[in-house]
Design a protein around this ligand. Structure first.
Ligand SMILES: Cc1cc2nc3c(=O)[nH]c(=O)nc-3n(C[C@H](O)[C@H](O)[C@H](O)COP(=O)(O)OP(=O)(O)OC[C@H]3O[C@@H](n4cnc5c(N)ncnc54)[C@H](O)[C@@H]3O)c2cc1C
Length: 324
C-alpha cells in the first residue's frame, strides 16, 4: 500500500527530459526481477534491455534448476516469461544498449544511441560474459555439447566422457564437480603450470575419475548430427595434433563482467566486477548493482534474480529516504 503512493513521483528536469525514479540497465534475470519489483512499487522504471535482450539464458536450451518449473524450461522461454511478468506491471523496455553514463551528479545521466535519459537511481544488471575459446566448431555446440557452467549443465552428461578446459581454480572445481555425473573427466591445459591453488589442483589431480593433460589446447571441436564427439588438441610446443573423444566439454577459462561502458564512474575490482558498498548499492549513492556483474562466485539465474529483487528494494528505500 505504502509504495503505491510513490506512483506519481516522477519529476521533470525540463519539459523534454523526464527524470525517472529508476533506470535499469540489462535484461537478464537480475534486470527483469528488478523491473518487476520497481514496477510493482509504482516507481515507473525504464529498462535498457541491451542488444542481447534476455541475457545469457537466451543461449541455453534447458534450464532445470530455476524453481517453479518442475519439468524444466527453455532458457529463451523463461526469459520471455520474466519479461512479460514485469511488463504486466508497467515496466517500460527499450531494446538497446547504454553507451555511457554520467554518475557525477544527480539526476544521473544515461546515454543510449546519442539520446540522454535521466534518473534519480540506476540499477546495473549487465551480467558477465563467459570467455569462450573461439575455435572452429564451437558456435554450433554452444549451450549443447559445450558449456561454460558445470553447475548448470553437468547433470545433462550422466555417464559420459567430458573434458574441461582451463588451469585455474574454476577448472579444477568444475572438473571435480563433474565427476558426480561423468564416467571420466579430462582436464586440458595449455601449459604445465597451473594458476589453481595447490589444494584445488591436488583434489582434482588425485581423483580417480580425473585425468590431467598438459601442453594441450583445443584446435577444433568435432561433432556429428547427435552432437559433440570430441576435439582435435594441439601441443603448443611443436604443433602436433591429438584427437580426444568426448560428448561434453566445459570451458573454464574465466568470465568478463560487462562494465566497460561504466569506466571511471563506479568502483570495480581489478577484473572489472562492480563492488557493493552497502547492501546492493555501489560506491555511488543511488547506483545499485545486481547479478553476474557483481557476482564472482555463484553465477546462477536464481541468485541473479534474488539480487535484482534486493537491488529494487534497496533502490526503493533509498529513493524514499533521499528524494525530497
Ligand atoms: C550457456 C549458459 C547456460 C546457463 N545455464 C544456466 C542454468 O541452467 N541455470 C542457471 O541458474 N544459470 C545458468 N546460466 C547462468 C545464468 O545465465 C546467469 O547466471 C544469469 O543469466 C545472470 O543473470 P544477469 O541478469 O546477472 O545477467 P545476464 O543474463 O548476463 O544479462 C545481462 C544483460 O545485460 C544487457 N547488457 C549488457 N551490456 C549492456 C549495455 N551496455 N546496455 C544495456 N544492456 C546491456 C544484456 O543485453 C543482457 O540482457 C547459464 C549461462 C550460460 C552462458
Amino acid at each position: 500500500m505504502f509504495s503505491r503512493l510513490k506512483g506519481c513521483r516522477v519529476r521533470r528536469q525540463d519539459m523534454s527530459n523526464e527524470v525517472r525514479n529508476v533506470i535499469i540497465i540489462g535484461s537478464g534475470p537480475a534486470g527483469y526481477t528488478a523491473g518487476l519489483y520497481t514496477a510493482r512499487a509504482m516507481l515507473n522504471p525504464l529498462m535498457f534491455a541491451g542488444y542481447m535482450s534476455g541475457g545469457q539464458l537466451m543461449l541455453t536450451s534447458d534450464v532445470e534448476n530455476f524453481p517453479g518449473y518442475p519439468q524444466g524450461i527453455g532458457g529463451p522461454e523463461m526469459m520471455m516469461d520474466l519479461r512479460a511478468q514485469a511488463e504486466r506491471f508497467g515496466l517500460e523496455i527499450q531494446d538497446r544498449n547504454v553507451g555511457s553514463v554520467d554518475f557525477s551528479q544527480r539526476p544521473f545521466k544515461v546515454e543510449s544511441e546519442g539520446e540522454e535519459f535521466y534518473a534519480d537511481a540506476v540499477i546495473i544488471c549487465t551480467g558477465a560474459e563467459a570467455i569462450w575459446l573461439g575455435v572452429e566448431g564451437e558456435e554450433a555446440q554452444k549451450g549443447r555439447g559445450i558449456s561454460t557452467c558445470a553447475t548448470c549443465d553437468g547433470a545433462f552428461f550422466r555417464d559420459e566422457e567430458i573434458i574441461v578446459i582451463g588451469g585455474g581454480d574454476s577448472a579444477m572445481e568444475e572438473a571435480t564437480f563433474l565427476t558426480r555425473f561423468a564416467s571420466k573427466v579430462t582436464v586440458i591445459h595449455r601449459r604445465d603450470v597451473f594458476r589453481a591453488s595447490k589444494v584445488m589442483y591436488e583434489r582434482a589431480a588425485n581423483h580417480p575419475k580425473i585425468e590431467i593433460q598438459t601442453f594441450r589446447s583445443v584446435k577444433k571441436w568435432l561433432s556429428d548430427d547427435n552432437g559433440l564427439t570430441g576435439a582435435i588438441l594441439e601441443d603448443p610446443r611443436d604443433g602436433s595434433e591429438h584427437e580426444i573423444s568426448c560428448t561434453g566439454a566445459f570451458i573454464a577459462i574465466g568470465h568478463k563482467p560487462i562494465t566497460q561502458f561504466l569506466e571511471g564512474q563506479v568502483e570495480t575490482d581489478d577484473e572489472g566486477y562492480l563492488i557493493h558498498s552497502e547492501h546492493t548499492m555501489t560506491n555511488v549513492a543511488g547506483v545499485f548493482a545486481a547479478g553476474d556483474v557483481v557476482d564472482t562466485r555463484y553465477r546462477q539465474a536464481i541468485t541473479a534474480a534474488g539480487q535484482g529483487c534486493a537491488a529494487a528494494i534497496d533502490a526503493e528505500r533509498w529513493l524514499e529516504d533521499n528524494l525530497h
